[in-house]
Ligand binder design. Structure first.
Ligand SMILES: [Zn+2]
Ligand SMILES: [Zn+2]
Length: 406
């Protein structure tokens, strides 16, 4: 079975792999496919369990905050909708999608697709669902939300007691099973199972002499073809205008980084007195109070990660445009690194959401969101989009040109 590597476009012949092994691209080390043991049963079991725990986490109290003889209990949904009630609807929508809607859609689609595989019958819309989960996995941030909750505890530990409700533990279990589901879904393998269920599409599988590779299902198509025969996606030799899109999104991200750091991410009212808190200010307060690990985590996730990501992606774009002939493998690794770290910048946005939802004791102690948090969330979203619009195969096109001349 021939496949073009998703990240360097090298044509690789993948044999029928035994369970428990994986196929790695010989040129760029990209893991093309990994065959897990009993992956169909496992994905179904993990996804259904994750979905049950997600539903349970709506029912019970999520967190309880007690200070000065007053209690406040919030549910999971309230921990996000409080933002919407305070005119931060955009922020509320981003968080709601990232920690509930997208993971739920992902799980439902995964269950549907794998039932189709299990009963060996192609159910309607399986192709659409499989395309969908390929996109959704970039946007699920449930595990980052959990870190955000833990950071919030440290921030308020000196002011109040926080009790974890049943829903909190249910949400933790949901994250564990959700992660297991994501790790066991192998896109390459899933598309091959889908093709096997549809013999009509299978018969068209062959190796064209001059090919385009489908970004979505990794099938090969004739160079002249417009749409993929297997999944119907529009075919591109490379992502169209990849560098221009990446540059535009990077610049937007840099612009948003400025208000994200200058504007307050939240306002604190303590005994009638209001203070504005910026992101760096928050890090300094944590440091002064001796919460060094948390101060370092927030500093790395919120201040360093965005800068590192923007610098690496800009450098990659620049090196492609200047036709660099060096260190292709290292550049591909750097690209993978930016994809991995980018989403973690959302931690502080989640911290703001949790604090705003929990700390509502009128003039004694209350926290309100600030526009810095919105700019920050916008920056994370644009930087994730920038990494997605970057086509790593462009790095290797320079290498291919070199070998053409030899
Ligand atoms: Zn490769
Ligand atoms: Zn396709």
């Amino acid at each position: 079975m021939h496949t073009a590597c998703h990240e360097c476009d090298l044509l690789v012949d993948i044999p029928d792999l035994p369970e428990g092994s994986k196929a790695v691209c010989p040129r760029c080390d990209y893991v093309i496919t990994s065959k897990h043991r009993n992956s169909q049963d496992r994905v179904l079991a993990y996804a259904i369990t994750a979905l049950i725990f997600l539903i349970l986490s709506f029912i019970f109290p999520f967190l309880t905050f007690s200070a000065q003889g007053q209690d406040r209990t919030v549910t999971l949904v309230q921990s996000i909708t409080v933002l919407a009630n305070e005119n931060f609807i955009s922020l509320s929508i981003i968080i709601f999608s990232a920690i509930i809607v997208i993971p739920a859609l992902y799980l439902l689609s995964a269950i549907y697709i794998y039932i189709s595989f299990k009963i060996k019958k192609l159910l309607p819309y399986t192709v659409t669902q499989l395309k969908l989960i390929g996109h959704l996995q970039h946007w699920s941030m449930a595990e980052i939300f959990l870190i955000g909750i833990l950071v919030s505890f440290v921030k308020i530990a000196s002011l109040a007691d926080v009790t974890l409700g049943l829903s909190f533990w249910s949400y933790v279990l949901f994250i564990i099973f959700m992660t297991a589901t994501i790790l066991h879904i192998d896109q390459h393998q899933a598309w091959r199972w889908l093709i096997a269920l549809n013999p009509e599409k299978q018969s068209k599988q062959h190796i064209p002499s001059d090919y385009k590779s489908c970004d979505v299902c990794m099938s090969l198509a004739e160079a002249g073809a417009e749409h993929c025969l297997v999944c119907g996606s529009k075919l591109h030799h490379r992502i169209e205008n990849s560098l221009q899109k990446t540059w535009a999104l990077l610049i937007t991200s840099v612009i948003l980084y400025i208000p994200a750091n200058l504007l307050p991410i939240m306002h604190t009212v303590f005994l009638g007195e209001e203070t504005a808190n910026t992101l760096l200010g928050g890090v300094l307060v944590l440091w002064k109070h001796g919460s060094y690990p948390i101060a370092i985590i927030i500093f790395i996730a919120s201040v360093l990660v965005p800068v590192i990501k923007i610098v690496i992606l800009s450098w990659l774009c620049y090196s492609i445009q200047s036709r660099s002939q060096k260190s292709f493998k290292q550049k591909t690794r750097l690209y993978r690194f930016t994809e991995l770290i980018g989403r973690w910048s959302m931690v502080d946005v989640f911290v703001v959401a949790i604090l705003v939802a929990l700390i509502k004791l009128g003039n004694i102690m209350s926290i309100y969101p600030g526009w810095g948090a919105v700019a920050f969330a916008g920056m994370v979203v644009t930087s994730v989009l920038a990494a997605m619009s970057f086509d790593p195969r462009l790095i290797w096109d320079n290498a291919n040109q070199e070998s053409d001349h030899e």
